[in-house]
Design a protein around this ligand. Structure first.
Ligand code: CTP
Ligand code: C5P
Length: 400
């Protein structure tokens, strides 16, 4: 069991108070609501983060159980990321208080009791075992299950599709006709596809950004650290980098400058970025080492930016620094001021590597996703039939 900077009895000491929250009422002091979430958390994206955010808002202390590679392979097909990678990604999400490695695929009362959790929280889709059984059947029956809203417009299936098809339709760009078309299809998903795993476009709202943002201003004495990049398909290489950046100061305030899609495409080529600026904003904001995000940062880290944010330090990892349009070094100004530092994340994973990994396993992923959708469609049909039956029984009764 790994805890994120908390001791086992912290929840007793915290006595129901959220960190940084106001003074708690005497009733709340007595009761800390402990929540359980579990899942594969493969290719962690902001849909997963949003689920954990909603879960945390239902109580005080959030424990997340992550399944092993063997469990996922048995029920769903092989995951894209190894369990060690998936554990690290979940631990980096700021709403997670504790992470349990190798949680069982089926959620039982025994698990909830073992971790002293009041109830478990899952998105409003269904999760089935290899035999087609609802994995939350037992906890639902015992009233120890709560539901949160699944985030529309993001799924591993969709992201894999973007990588394989090499399309740019997801890029946020008003001149991009594909983007308009994609947006018009919002919420519907392709015909004949499950509404849970079917593809639709994510629409950014100010509310969502507020929910994800820390909302904290830098305080006197904080060290303002600025980093910039695409942070595309936010992965453990980024997490390791940001953790190292965070460790550069005693009281760090980390600002991440995200480049617009067109800028990223200029220096990375192909159909990069795979996630558009709206999606990348949420992925980065969900990371516990990040305090603030600049949405659409200038490529060159210039005077105005450094002075505006009163930046003390600018960091970049050991990966290549692409030159600006005029071939100049984007870090020339911080270097001149003696504010630039190269950080060794100790991890050489890149967005390219992830795309390669997925393409190599293409057939397996396609088969896995088709299987998942087919199971979901079967459940939808069964639900429809049940609903029709209830309606016709109601009509019969009225007629009598
Ligand atoms: N989840 C969500 N919104 C999404 C994707 C996942 O709320 N867009 C939630 C699920 O409902 C679940 C949790 O994240 O409560 C963990 O899900 P997991 O088992 O890891 O994955 P899937 O539901 O299979 O997601 P995906 O199709 O993206 O792999
Ligand atoms: O290029 P990208 O936008 O993905 O990277 C953002 C930042 O993360 C850069 O500073 C990059 O050097 C750093 N990084 C790293 N280790 C990795 C991947 C990225 O230090 N494995």
């Amino acid at each position: 069991m790994i805890k994120n900077g908390h001791h086992a009895n912290d929840q007793q000491d915290d006595a129901g108070c959220k960190p940084g929250g106001s003074v708690c009422s005497p009733e709340k002091r007595k009761r800390v609501v402990r929540l359980w979430c579990d899942g594969c958390y493969d290719m962690v994206h902001y849909g997963h983060s949003n689920q954990l955010r909603q879960a945390k808002a239902m109580g005080d202390y959030l424990i997340v159980g992550v399944h092993t590679d063997a469990e996922i392979s048995k029920h769903k097909g092989p995951p894209v990321f190894t369990q060690e990678e998936r554990y690290k990604m979940v631990r980096a999400i700021k709403w997670v208080d504790e992470m349990v490695e190798g949680a069982p695929y089926v959620t039982t009362l025994e698990t909830l009791d073992k971790y002293n959790c009041d109830f478990c929280v899952h998105g409003d889709d269904i999760t089935l075992t290899v035999d087609g059984k609802d994995t939350y059947e037992e906890v639902k029956r015992e009233g120890r299950y709560r539901e949160c809203k699944r985030t529309q417009g993001v799924s591993t299936t969709d992201l894999v599709g973007r990588m394989l098809l090499m399309t740019k339709a997801h890029h946020s760009n008003m001149d991009n006709p594909d983007y308009q078309q994609h947006t018009d299809n919002f919420g519907k998903g392709p015909k004949g596809h499950s509404p849970w795993t079917g593809v639709s476009q994510f629409l950014q709202t100010s509310q969502k950004i507020i929910q994800f943002a820390s909302g904290k201003e830098p305080q006197p004495g904080d060290t303002i650290i600025y980093v910039a990049g695409a942070f595309d398909l936010f992965h453990i290489g980024h997490v390791d980098f940001l953790e190292m950046v965070y460790k550069q100061a005693e009281r760090p305030y980390v600002i991440v400058g995200l480049h617009f899609d067109q800028e990223v495409n200029r220096y990375k080529g192909k159909n990069y970025p795979i996630m558009n600026i709206h999606e990348r904003t949420l992925s980065v904001l969900a990371c516990r080492y990040v305090s603030e995000v600049v949405i659409g940062a200038p490529y060159a880290v210039g005077k105005d930016l450094l002075d505006h944010f009163k930046v003390d330090l600018v960091c970049h990892g050991k990966t290549e620094v692409f030159p600006d349009k005029d071939m100049s070094d984007p870090y020339a100004e911080p270097k001149k001021r003696g504010l630039f530092r190269t950080i060794d994340s100790g991890n050489n994973l890149t967005t390219d590597d992830i795309v390669q990994r997925i393409i190599e396993n293409r057939l397996q992923f396609e088969a896995r996703n088709q299987k998942k959708e087919a199971k979901e469609m079967a459940v939808i049909e069964a639900m429809k039939r049940k609903e029709q039956q209830v309606q016709s029984e109601g009509a019969d009764q009225e007629a009598h």
